[in-house]
Design a binder for this molecule. Sequence first.
Ligand SMILES: *[C@@H]1O[C@H](CO)[C@@H](O)[C@H](O)[C@H]1NC(C)=O
Ligand SMILES: *[C@@H]1O[C@H](CO)[C@@H](O)[C@H](O)[C@H]1NC(C)=O
Ligand SMILES: *[C@@H]1O[C@H](CO)[C@@H](O)[C@H](O)[C@H]1NC(C)=O
Ligand SMILES: *[C@@H]1O[C@H](CO)[C@@H](O)[C@H](O)[C@H]1NC(C)=O
Ligand SMILES: *[C@@H]1O[C@H](CO)[C@@H](O)[C@H](O)[C@H]1NC(C)=O
Ligand SMILES: *[C@@H]1O[C@H](CO)[C@@H](O)[C@H](O)[C@H]1NC(C)=O
Ligand SMILES: *[C@@H]1O[C@H](CO)[C@@H](O)[C@H](O)[C@H]1NC(C)=O
Ligand SMILES: *[C@@H]1O[C@H](CO)[C@@H](O)[C@H](O)[C@H]1NC(C)=O
Length: 329
Amino acid sequence: MRSIRILWTRLRRLAPIGQIFLVLVYFVAIVYFIVLYASPHGVIRMNRNENLDLHTNQTRNKSSRSTSTEHQFNDTIAKKLKEKVRLLVWVMTTPTNLNTKAKAVKETWGPRCNKLLFFSSEENSSFPVIGLNVSEGRAHLTAKSSQAWMYIYKNHFNDADWFMKADDDTYVIVENLRYFLSDKNSSEPHYFGHTFIYYNFTYYSGGSGYVMSKESLRKINEDGYAKKLCDEDGSFEDYRMSKCMKVVGVRTVNTVDDHGRNRFNCLSMQSHLNGTYPPWYYKYDINGAKKGKDSISNYAISFHYAKPEMMYILDFVLYNLQVYGINQH
Ligand SMILES: *[C@@H]1O[C@H](CO)[C@@H](O)[C@H](O)[C@H]1NC(C)=O
Ligand SMILES: *[C@@H]1O[C@H](CO)[C@@H](O)[C@H](O)[C@H]1NC(C)=O
Ligand SMILES: *[C@@H]1O[C@H](CO)[C@@H](O)[C@H](O)[C@H]1NC(C)=O
Ligand SMILES: *[C@@H]1O[C@H](CO)[C@@H](O)[C@H](O)[C@H]1NC(C)=O
Ligand SMILES: *[C@@H]1O[C@H](CO)[C@@H](O)[C@H](O)[C@H]1NC(C)=O
Ligand SMILES: *[C@@H]1O[C@H](CO)[C@@H](O)[C@H](O)[C@H]1NC(C)=O
Ligand SMILES: *[C@@H]1O[C@H](CO)[C@@H](O)[C@H](O)[C@H]1NC(C)=O
Ligand SMILES: *[C@@H]1O[C@H](CO)[C@@H](O)[C@H](O)[C@H]1NC(C)=O
């Protein structure tokens, strides 16, 4: 305001011709600056220093600032393991979960498996999801599971060495699962998951997913289902599955890592981090329901109760986000 007043006093002191001339000079100057700033090239011309970070046009030297392609994670080892440890995962879903939970699996961790199958009570050939001859509901989870294992044995036995069942709200870090399996022999009868204990019987939680060797898949089919020695329907699918495994001579083991930390996590990541556990978990968990960061393996394989939103977040954090200056891997 003060400078305008000074300008005005100066103008009034000048002769009329001088007044007009000065107004013209100001006008031309204002127009010049407007034109200069309106054009991106004008700004570049004004800023001789090419490295100046301008919001309007980033002209930084590309090799001095990494672009997304330069600092991608190096997945050479994971790619090699994908050939060596062939993994088939089947996801148990329902018609109502197809376009939400199952879709999130299909769009995040699912495609990292060598083979991914979805099973439900209704077929959908465009998803695609395989329809089984079962009724929906917790009381029939075993029917879904037994029919899925029979279907896989019949149609996909040679497509993989390891076979996993996951829920549509299980998040699986596929590379860590292959890493865990890489020193194990798929021709031997064994299987892995989060170990629970119920009346002195150990079994694997269904929610964190369980994975069996090719030999175990053969055994439950030829020695179990074919001989009618395994339950083919009912609730507590995970418990019945381990009963079936025991009948055919496949035992559960403790799958925690060398530091006693969980690889397969049967509750949500948030629950395990904060220790917000349901009362039953203290009775069922074979390792004393430990809580917090130090109870989860650095190479954790799975987490249960991952809502679709969480699946996309986990996927982005694990496979895209990088922390500058820290070599995470
Ligand atoms: C930034 O300026 C350069 C050089 O003038 C030009 O080639 C480029 O297209 C501009 N980029 C954007 C995003 O405006
Ligand atoms: C970018 O930086 C690299 C390495 O510092 C240098 O060799 C190159 O000439 C620079 N390119 C430009 C366009 O300034
Ligand atoms: C990626 O990792 C492999 C195995 O550790 C290594 O041999 C290779 O040089 C790495 N590639 C790059 C571009 O860093
Ligand atoms: C079948 O799958 C397609 C593709 O995902 C989906 O758009 C459609 O809604 C599904 N149909 C039913 C009945 O769920
Ligand atoms: C479906 O299951 C019912 C009851 O278990 C059985 O009677 C029927 O034959 C089955 N249908 C097919 C196509 O397998
Ligand atoms: C894997 O197990 C099978 C069956 O016990 C055995 O014949 C084979 O030699 C084993 N392979 C390795 C690499 O140990
Ligand atoms: C577990 O087994 C032990 C020893 O065999 C027995 O004393 C105990 O009662 C069993 N507990 C349950 C809950 O069955
Ligand atoms: C963490 O656990 C405590 C105690 O169980 C509970 O009160 C709190 O709400 C939990 N916080 C979060 C963020 O889950």
